[in-house]
Design a protein around this ligand. Structure first.
Ligand code: C5P
Length: 400
């Protein structure tokens, strides 16, 4: 069996001497380490030190004669199970956030689909600077995880925020992420996302402002945990998540059909779609002039997919519902959880710039018993991670 490989990115913060301990920490856990230094870091400390520790030649330069036909950053991007960058300077974080790829490390970041862990280290003013903070928020929204810098003695002689976290904490977090990359291996996850459209005719429909972003991030998270992932998506303008099988649907009836097909194989079902509650009783195949349509149109209820799956649920299956509410959020979510037989309910307040279409989310995660977990505001990716942590805890409980 090939050993798990981690790329350790080392950039030019004085804290880079601690990276030696990080190499050792991963090695002790049986993980192979390939160190990648930025050219500036290689001016502070010899790459040879890391080559000797890691047992592989440290990569610094982007343009070296390739050993074979393979392009090194692409080959390494595929081999690694984690990219850990420690210490990460404001410069490296800014490059990652902006998509700049002008050296080996920043190119590797763009080329890899492995999870990314970043441990920043820099002077306090740079760390607290709004640009750096915004860059870190952007990377979090894109799925990167951070071991936050600490407050303490800094190389510039000041004491303040910006000191690299302790190597043990970075290694611990890295190992936790590595374990998570296969925590749902062998399982099938079904996620619904986006709105549905209930057409009156080819050009008019009933719908809602759901962007689908929360559901897409949930599907990304399921893929990242090794699950076979089926995403049933209503109309959105989003790029389908890599690694998920995405089925596009338009109406609630189509969504129901796709869900019923996937449901028997799915151990985990997360219904993040904002299914339209009503549809026209008499849809038309052709557009009629507005004068021909009366001022009241008969509507009927769409099928409640979650409730139907709740009735069909087998003991081992985990069913998660969403509730978007304008008021009495927790109470409404609890009532729906009971009515639809969901195992977890994720509730959020919507209206006036909240919930629908936004980049962040603030939710309550509610189970039939136990305390309500409040989370956010966080990026939708971070919320997705918390939801899957809860789902995994539930699976563990069901197993016992
Ligand atoms: O009843 P309400 O629409 O607020 O319930 C929300 C939850 O039920 C969501 O998880 C949504 O995906 C699901 N739902 C459904 N089919 C419907 C309406 C909602 O599956 N027709």
């Amino acid at each position: 069996m090939t050993r798990t490989k981690v790329a350790l990115g080392v950039s030019s913060s004085i804290g880079l001497y601690k990276a030696c301990e990080i190499v050792r920490g991963f090695q002790k856990a049986g993980v192979e380490v390939q160190v990648v230094m930025t050219p500036n870091a290689a001016r502070l400390i010899s790459p040879l030190l890391f080559s000797s520790l890691a047992g592989t030649k440290t990569i610094v330069e982007m343009f070296e004669e390739p050993a074979g036909r393979s392009i090194r950053h692409v080959a390494l991007a595929r081999e690694i199970a984690l990219l850990c960058v420690a210490p990460a300077t404001a410069n490296v974080i800014g490059k990652f956030a902006g998509g700049v790829a002008d050296d080996f490390l920043s190119t590797l970041f763009l080329a890899t689909t492995a999870p990314v862990l970043i441990a920043p280290a820099m002077n306090e003013a740079m760390y607290l600077d709004r640009t750096t903070q915004a860059n870190m928020d952007r990377l979090k929204a894109l799925g990167a995880e951070f071991v936050e810098a600490e407050k303490g003695y800094l190389a510039c002689g000041d004491a303040g925020w910006g000191r690299l976290a302790e190597p043990e904490a970075i290694v611990r977090e890295g190992l936790r992420i590595l374990a998570r990359t296969s925590s749902l291996a062998g399982r099938t996850v079904l996620v619904t996302a986006g709105p549905t459209r209930e057409h009156l005719d080819p050009v008019r429909f009933l719908s809602n402002p759901s962007s689908g972003k929360m559901g897409y991030e949930l599907a990304r998270e399921a893929v990242a945990r090794g699950a076979r992932t089926i995403l049933v998506s209503g109309p959105t303008g989003l790029v389908p998540p890599a690694g998920a099988m995405t089925e596009s649907v338009v109406s609630a009836a189509e969504m129901e059909k796709a869900c019923l097909k996937a449901f028997p194989k799915a151990g985990i079902v997360v219904m993040a779609a904002a299914v339209s509650d009503f549809r026209f009783k008499e849809p038309r195949g052709r557009k009629s002039a507005k004068e021909e349509i009366g001022l009241s149109l008969a509507v009927e209820r769409t099928p409640d997919i979650l409730a139907r799956l709740g009735r069909a649920k087998k003991p081992g299956q985990v069913l998660v519902g969403f509730a978007a509410e304008t008021h009495d959020v927790a109470a409404h979510a609890r009532r729906k959880m009971a009515a639809k037989k969901a195992d977890l309910m994720v509730a959020n307040a919507v209206g006036a710039g909240r919930g629908f279409g936004t980049e962040t989310n603030e939710v309550l995660i509610i189970a039939p018993s136990g305390p309500v977990q409040a989370a956010g505001p966080l990026s939708k990716r971070e919320i997705a991670r918390l939801i899957f942590d809860r789902i995994e805890a539930l699976l563990e409980k069901k197993r016992r």
